[in-house]
Write a protein that binds this ligand. Structure first.
Ligand SMILES: Nc1ncnc2c1ncn2[C@@H]1O[C@H](COP(=O)(O)OP(=O)(O)O)[C@@H](O)[C@H]1O
Ligand SMILES: [Mg+2]
Length: 587
């Protein structure tokens, strides 16, 4: 996505800090008013000295010079404090908006964007935008204020000389525009590339076990070095531009000085201007040089900021596809679970540009009565996970619809609906927090925690942990086994006391003995709740009210355990094979 004038989108972020910003910018003007008065005092002092004026008067002028320099410095300090704090606050607000937006985006968005790249945007790009929002604005104001004051004093000394000194500056806007545009593009390339490096680093860190097991450390390091080299080259290309900018702006200013020395010197000798004026003029021109060089820096910062802001707008302007309807319908409270009806549901993931979609689910119809437990079985890849993902609306189906107590899902308030669901995804994910906090995640209060842990057969495991419920998980704590993680994820879902429970192969890493215990405990727990239990193991769903058998996204059989066994179809052969595998394992 390309955004026109991305930095404009920063304007609303200034609003809360308007007063600070205006004060800061005014202080810039004040501080330069003082600073540029310095050479004027010098001019008076030199001329007074040439006139052999009384020493007291010269001292007074020197004192004035010191005074204005001090005052200028003091106001400049205040100004920097103010403007820097504004840029930090804007960064803070922008970061929160970015995070909030990421929290709102759909699963489909994260399937398209790599974690490392998003992290790079949240850090590197954000800081480039902050540099544009604060320091660049500050330097620009400095340049304008400093330049204007210096110019005014110069015009006062000699208008013609000033105009001639400024003649080389005609080239300035042309080179500014050209260099600015080039910096923008090259910086964009640098940041994109950094996103790729961050992605690679992130994947290597989270996939460290695979890298080790496959002995891919060296090839990975090699690939990373190659990416790094490319990054270096892109940075160098960028640095070349900046390197060109600095001396060329300096040269323009230098040309001005040459003119002033020659022409101004002649004027001073002829007596058209005083020696003091000549000295002061030289100082003012010097004062103009610094803002000019700073201008190069400012353009650089703005272009970098604009390129990065574009990358942030990719996030800020992304809209979730799955949202609550404008006028959502409510569901009456229930203690008996919900009726879930799948009506000719067809689903596919977003297809690549132009490609025909590959249907993952097709023509799926069945009804889960309130309070029933329905099993979903099928080989891996048959679409069980996809089917469950449709219930909390992680994705929406392209065909047909799903109804809850007769109301289409799309017409429900999304938050209210999701609050009713206890979802245990196939890949259990726990946060780097205490196990207690993980179990209480999203629960109304902590009162259900112990109960949920005991249903998930996790209570004794937690008792054995060093700090029980306060034991930290993940980076700063212990790692749970796959089966323990799955049970924790199950307990977390139950602690919300959901009316609809979705288990996606949620016990696949739990041993059969524990699985049986959990299922036994679940049976009483699930009374009065609607449950969909997807499993590639028939053992997990043999007590279900009935079971739906999926094959390549289509329902090929449905019925209760005994009926399906009697039918001798897909379910029967699946069960037979798994029983055979089990007896081989235990033999
Ligand atoms: N993000 C995705 N994009 C495209 N295809 C996907 C995606 N996730 C899963 N699939 C495909 O969807 C099909 C069904 O997968 P899934 O629902 O996970 O099956 P199951 O849970 O029964 O093993 C598989 O063929 C899988 O390759
Ligand atoms: Mg699955």
């Amino acid at each position: 996505m390309t955004h026109r004038r991305p930095l404009r989108r920063l304007l609303p972020y200034y609003r809360p800090y308007r007063a600070k910003m205006v004060t800061g910018l005014s202080l810039t003007v004040v501080s330069y008013a003082f600073s540029t008065a310095g050479p004027w005092f010098l001019q008076q002092a030199v001329d007074a000295f040439m006139r052999k004026a009384p020493t007291a008067r010269i001292w007074l002028l020197v004192g004035g010079m010191v005074g204005v320099a001090l005052a200028g410095g003091f106001f400049r300090f205040l100004m920097r404090q103010l403007l820097n704090s504004v840029s930090r606050w804007i960064e803070y607000d922008l970061r929160n908006d970015l995070f909030g937006r990421l929290e709102a985006l759909d699963a489909a968005y994260f399937a398209r964007h790599r974690t490392g790249d998003l992290m790079a945007r949240l850090t590197n790009d954000l800081s480039a935008v902050r540099m544009a929002a604060g320091p660049a604005v500050m330097y620009l104001t400095n340049t304008i204020a400093g330049g204007t004051f210096a110019l005014l004093f110069m015009l006062r000394i000699d208008a013609r000389l000033t105009l001639i000194a400024l003649l080389p500056m005609i080239l300035l806007p042309i080179s500014m525009i050209w260099l600015g545009r080039a910096i923008h593009h090259r910086f964009e390339a640098v940041q994109d590339h950094f996103g790729r490096m961050a992605t690679m680093a992130q994947e290597n860190i989270s996939g460290v076990r695979v890298v080790r097991a496959y002995r891919q450390e060296e090839p990975e390091a090699g690939r990373f070095a190659a990416l790094g080299e490319e990054y270096l080259r892109k940075q160098m290309r960028l640095a070349t531009l900046y390197g060109m900018m600095h001396p060329s702006f300096q040269m323009l200013a230098g040309l001005g000085s040459v003119v002033v020395l020659g022409l101004g010197g002649a004027l001073a000798i002829r007596g058209t201007i005083s020696v003091g004026a000549f000295v002061a003029f030289g100082l003012y021109l010097g004062m103009l040089t610094w803002p000019l060089i700073a201008l190069g820096f400012v353009i650089n910062l703005f272009q970098r900021g604009a390129a990065s802001m574009g990358r942030l707008l990719d996030i800020l302007d992304a809209a979730p596809d799955i949202v609550s309807p404008a006028a959502p319908r409510g569901l009456p409270p229930t203690a008996a679970g919900r009726t879930l009806e799948f009506r000719r549901v067809g689903f596919h993931y977003p297809a690549a540009n132009g490609a025909a979609p590959r249907w993952i689910l097709r023509d799926v119809s069945f009804t889960v009565p309130a309070g029933a437990t329905v099993g979903i079985v099928g080989a891996t890849g048959s679409g069980k996970s996809a089917l469950l993902d449709l219930v909390p609306r992680l994705f929406d189906p392209q065909e047909g619809e799903i109804l809850v107590d007769g109301v289409p899902l799309r017409e429900l308030d999304l938050d209210a609906w999701r609050r009713e669901i206890g979802y245990v995804p196939q890949e259990s994910f726990l946060f780097s927090d205490s196990i207690g906090a993980n179990l209480a995640y999203g629960a109304a209060d902590g009162s259900t925690r112990d109960w949920a842990a005991s249903v998930a057969q996790l209570a004794s495991t937690i008792e054995a942990l060093p700090d029980r419920y306060d034991t930290m998980l993940g980076e700063r704590g212990i790692n749970l086994s796959g089966g323990q993680k799955q049970r924790a994820a199950l307990a977390r879902a139950l602690a919300r006391t959901p009316s609809v429970v979705l288990l996606d192969d949620a016990l696949s890493a739990v041993d059969t003995q524990t699985e049986a215990e959990i299922l036994e405990a679940l049976r009483t727990t699930l009374a009065g709740r609607t449950a969909l239990i997807a499993s590639h193991r028939v053992s997990a769903i043999r007590d279900a009210t009935f079971t739906v058998v999926l094959d390549e996204g289509r329902v090929v059989e449905q019925g209760a355990h005994d009926t399906l066994i009697a039918a001798g179809g897909r379910y029967w052969s699946l069960l037979n094979r798994q029983q055979l595998e089990e007896s081989l394992e235990t033999a």
